[in-house]
Ligand binder design. Structure first.
Ligand code: GDP
Length: 284
């Protein structure tokens, strides 16, 4: 899906979110487990100030489990509770419920001391496009389509989905935008297949996928394409092109077709569980 954000969109999305955030105690931030840095938005810390926060490392079924565990530790050190989930699976419901209970425990105790009893905790899901917000909300509501934050007028008649006796979820997610100005962010999001950037060339994205696999997941390229991983990334790209018959008349490589095969394989998890960003990449 192409994502185009203009300053007007961002202002509108931000305003809607600021209005909705006033209604909740807890902000549930969805990040893509494979790219937790690139799928986050630093603005959120400002918008969610004073609210409890829970991070769901979504699409954990597609990410490298060891690295996801390292991210959970990383956020824990920052004082933020994070858990790994696959929003499409109902098994995640319990994981989320338990995590929410931990995060809101203090608030509930404070409420009790003040004599406030039985007030449900209200939560809102936020995240960048394609991170899985609607999937997550639908999984809980049992409905087939969550309202999207981009639609005008959805804030009218706020609806709450009961997650459990004392936990309610706003059925409208907050849409954040990625840090487009950062080139690595755009590239990493494009590599996961969540964003098809207008600016990035697909063959660049494919060559970056090759380089990353070569370095971090040796053996995967050889396994899938039977290519020689000792070669350079561009050579491997060309090798895949010829092995997959992506050649035009005269033996010229069809770069678009080759890039599509590689990007599609990554998007559909055909290299196995892969993470693109690890806490050890962050400059301390
Ligand atoms: P939204 O734009 O944030 O609402 O994202 P969607 O809910 O529309 O999800 C975008 C895509 O990611 C869809 O194709 C979903 O099926 C897929 N998706 C969402 N959550 C998960 C997950 O936990 N695991 C996997 N493998 N795919 C997911």
């Amino acid at each position: 899906m192409d994502i185009q954000w203009f300053p007007g969109h961002m202002t509108k999305a931000l305003r809607e979110m600021q209005n909705n955030i006033k209604l909740v105690d807890l902000v549930i931030e969805l990040l893509d487990s494979r790219v937790p840095m690139s799928s986050g938005n630093p603005e959120l810390s400002k918008i969610a100030q004073g609210k409890q926060r829970l991070i769901l490392l979504n699409k954990a079924d597609m990410a490298d489990e060891k690295i996801t565990s390292a991210w959970i530790e990383y956020f824990k050190e920052k004082g933020i509770k994070a858990v790994a989930v696959d929003s499409r699976s109902t098994a995640s419901k319990r994981t989320v419920k338990q995590a929410v209970d931990i995060v809101v425990k203090e608030k509930k105790e404070r409420d009790l001391k003040r004599g406030i009893k039985g007030r449900p905790v209200r939560a809102m899901v936020v995240g960048i496009p394609n991170v899985g917000k609607s999937t997550f909300i639908n999984c809980y509501s049992g409905r087939s389509s969550a309202k999207t934050g981009n639609m005008p007028g959805v804030t009218k008649g706020t609806q709450w989905i009961r997650l459990s006796g004392d936990l309610e979820l706003l059925d409208t997610p907050g849409v954040l935008w990625p840090k487009f100005e950062d080139q690595v962010t755009g590239m990493h999001l494009a590599m996961t297949g969540a964003v098809r950037s207008e600016v990035l060339d697909m063959s660049d994205v494919a060559v970056n996928i090759i380089s990353m696999l070569k370095e971090n997941y040796p053996g995967k390229l050889g396994e899938r394409y039977g290519c020689n991983e000792d070669n350079g990334s561009v050579e491997i790209f060309e090798e895949i092109a010829s092995k997959r018959g992506c050649l035009r008349k005269g033996g010229v490589i069809d770069t678009d077709k080759t890039a599509l095969i590689i990007c599609d394989d990554m998007k559909n998890g055909r290299f196995g569980k892969i993470s693109f960003e690890s806490p050890s990449d962050i400059d301390q």
